[in-house]
Design a protein around this ligand. Structure first.
Ligand SMILES: Nc1ncnc2c1ncn2[C@@H]1O[C@H](COP(=O)(O)OP(=O)(O)OP(=O)(O)O)[C@@H](O)[C@H]1O
Length: 201
């Protein structure tokens, strides 16, 4: 199993955000987290990445207890969370080049940028990008590096119709290449891609 969750619970003050959550997610499958604002979707993603310790239960992601400080864990688990950011002074092409060089993937940045619809914005400083273009760049940063597991928090945010279609294709490609995707989303077409749906709250 790529992700195993056993008896997971997170208390928020007097209230349990989720409790007794058990999941087995095989490699190459997609889990979506649904639920109202404040239901605990981001909190659960944080538990899967080791940013928060659950009140109860255990989590195993790609064979390890989640720990974002562990380079071995970070090497295989890629994330796009609420606070993901980029270098404002670098262009999309420079971001991608840096990433692809540091992971020695041998890929060129341009095909990635073109597929993300950022080809014409490849050389502007990232702070000149629109909100949706920034989101596309952050998504590229998450998927262009090697990984086995991808955690996404509302990846559809700020994307236009075409961007959401690109995102849905990206998620399908991830799973068909054997990677495991967990995403919190309010976008029904992304929920439709899921092999499993967990609704919190
Ligand atoms: N220790 C805590 N004590 C009290 N409240 C907490 C604690 N930890 C989290 N919460 C609250 O629990 C809720 C869970 O938020 P979270 O961001 O996980 O929800 P979400 O489902 O991702 O929401 P959204 O759809 O708005 O992104 C928030 O209202 C947060 O303030």
């Amino acid at each position: 199993m790529a992700i195993m969750v056993d008896g997971l619970g997170m208390r928020a003050g007097e209230h349990w955000l989720f409790r007794d959550l058990t999941l087995d997610l095989p490699a190459g499958t997609c889990l979506t987290l649904a639920g109202a604002n404040g239901a605990g979707k981001s909190t659960l993603l944080h538990c899967l990445y080791g940013l928060r310790q659950p009140t109860d239960g255990t989590v195993t992601v790609d064979g390890r207890a989640p720990d974002e400080r562990d380079p071995g864990f970070r090497r295989n688990v890629s994330v796009l969370l609420d606070d993901s950011d980029f270098f404002a002074e670098l262009s999309p092409r420079q971001h991608l080049q840096l990433l692809l060089d540091s992971f020695r993937t041998g890929d060129e940045p341009d095909p990635w940028l073109d597929r993300a619809g950022l080809g014409e914005r490849a050389d502007v400083h990232a702070y000149h990008l629109s909100a949706g273009q920034r989101r596309r760049l952050l998504l590229l940063g998450a998927v262009a590096r090697p990984h086995h597991v991808l955690l996404l928090d509302e990846p559809e945010r700020a994307l236009d119709t075409q961007g959401k279609e690109w995102l849905a294709d990206l998620v399908q490609a991830e799973c068909s290449q054997g990677r495991t995707v967990v995403m919190a989303t309010h976008h029904p077409p992304l929920v439709d891609l899921a092999d499993q749906v967990v609704t919190l709250g």
